[in-house]
Design a protein around this ligand. Structure first.
Ligand code: KIV
Length: 233
């Protein structure tokens, strides 16, 4: 799984064989320059889901329910249906929101859970599940989400042992980010793995350096125009 926020990237990724494209609420920082995922509204998310949908023919589109859009089960269903109407095939939400998950799944909306570091509400970015009590708490949350009907659960930035143990114990696939190799699948933020920003989190593997490519292309273009090498026909 990779995140995707826009039409050209969606087109490029649709044929890549990835199982799921996540229109993540990390679009807030990575695409919109906002400070936190919590600054993203449902309206902004719908705009990006529609753009991604226009570029995708075959891959499953998962959309994050933005912070503040799923407080109560009925509100969550209204938001989830809006995301599905915009093109999402399923939705993801953060934390042990068992009642909300049951309500959505009961209404026919497939839901992915998300435990460990929860960017919508986290005060600090610290590795989760490093102590026995917090490991047990996260494990119970993941099991509860699976029992409530989630079809998979994201495990974000946690002790690798905790992630492995959760993966062994829950009945649905786990998808890790900064959670080590013991998960069933992995997810990365597209702008991190493509190197679109100056720096990336330590657990990211960069597969390209688009920041440098962009700076280089812009300065070569500027130089070509100044030297009257472009346009040349
Ligand atoms: O929005 C996002 O990028 C995410 C991933 C961290 C899973 O939710």
């Amino acid at each position: 799984m990779l995140t995707v926020y826009d039409y050209p990237t969606a087109r490029a990724l649709d044929g890549s064989g990835l199982d799921i494209l996540l229109v993540g609420d990390s679009v807030a920082q990575n695409e919109l320059g906002l400070e936190r995922t919590a600054d993203l509204s449902l309206g902004m998310m719908l705009h990006h889901v529609r753009a991604v949908k226009r570029g995708v023919e075959r891959t499953h589109i998962l959309a994050d329910l933005p912070f503040g859009s799923y407080g109560k089960p009925a509100e969550a269903l209204t938001s989830a249906l809006a995301l599905m109407d915009a093109g999402a095939n399923s939705v993801k939400l953060e934390g042990p929101r068992f009642e909300v998950v049951e309500h959505l799944v009961g209404a026919g909306v497939p839901v992915m859970g998300h435990v460990g570091l929860l960017p919508q509400t986290a005060k600090r970015t610290v590795r989760q599940g490093t102590k026995p009590e917090s490991a047990a708490r996260i494990e119970q949350q993941a099991i509860g989400l699976a029992n409530s009907g989630c079809y998979a659960v994201v495990l974000e930035f946690m002790s690798h042992d905790t992630a492995r143990s959760i993966t062994d114990r829950v009945d649905v696939p786990t998808i890790g980010i900064g959670a080590g190799p013991g998960c069933d699948g992995q997810v990365l933020v597209i702008s991190d793995m493509l190197g679109q920003h100056e720096s990336v989190p330590s657990f990211v593997q960069k597969y390209a350096s688009l920041y440098e490519v962009t700076v280089d292309a812009a300065s070569r273009y500027r130089e070509d125009v100044k030297q009257r090498r472009f346009p040349n026909g």
